[in-house]
Design a protein around this ligand. Sequence first.
Ligand SMILES: C[S@@+](CC[C@H](N)C(=O)[O-])C[C@H]1O[C@@H](n2cnc3c(N)ncnc32)[C@H](O)[C@@H]1O
Length: 282
Amino acid sequence: MQLEPRFDALFGAIKALNPRVTDVEIGDIIRVQTDKAENYEPLAKSLKPWRKGPFMIDDLLIDSEWRSYVKYNLIAPRLCLENKSALDLGCNNGYYLLRMYELKPRELFGFDPSERFFLQFSFINRFLNAPIDYFLKGAQNLDEFLERFDTIVCLGVLYHRSDPIATLRAINGALRKGGELILDTLIIENEASVAFTPWKRYAKMSNVWFIPSLKALGAWLERTGFCDIETIAIKPTNSSEQRKTDWIDGESLDDFLDPDDKSRAIEGYAAPVRAYLRAAKR
Ligand SMILES: C[S@@+](CC[C@H](N)C(=O)[O-])C[C@H]1O[C@@H](n2cnc3c(N)ncnc32)[C@H](O)[C@@H]1O
């Protein structure tokens, strides 16, 4: 895979790793034990920011900004991947893919256009060696994969898309007949079928476009070819799930909320709440 030249040295260092792994444990923390012949901390640190995780290599805890098992444990009871072809769209560093691998899919794909997150995945997977196909692709590339997957997991991506309807249509098109989508996206708590667009930023993110109510999200899904829509969970993001750690340099949730009223984002809008849904291809 060809990356930007600024990543050549890092990618080279990752490819040169040849760890002797003595034990692997895939749980909320993805842990590996090696013969401890090497110190992996400098390379892991040079791959910051680690948004998703946590991972543990010997005694080194990669304490990512997000405790991604909170999200994974919400969707896990609805994931039936055995012998299926599955895609994690917007897979970041592959934390969820590595958890999904435990469910014995026939084939497992991750799409994410970020080269840094791909490097993190490549680093972790030097230890785990999971047969996962990671592509530097995004939602805009789904039309190359028509009717290809049984399950698409799309977490935390839809509100970053300026055209969420086109994204849902593309996801639907990439699913086989009888396939299913597991979706997580920000919602607004409102009984009407409406969507909210932040004026400039939402929780300091300038790339948030549409945040629907649950009803509007249902309408989006129905109108883009889904049926049997099921709400798995609705959950506000809190600082036990997303917080500043040494593995990111910038800010985290506490800085994105109003310091005097944690039920508000810093811009005055309602604080982040996410809905987790399952929908079948019609
Ligand atoms: C908020 S993070 C969510 C990561 C992970 N899915 C999760 O829920 O924890 C958004 C992810 O979408 C990825 N992304 C950016 N552009 C994308 C695109 N066009 N298609 C799919 N994913 C994209 C980002 O690199 C990032 O990893």
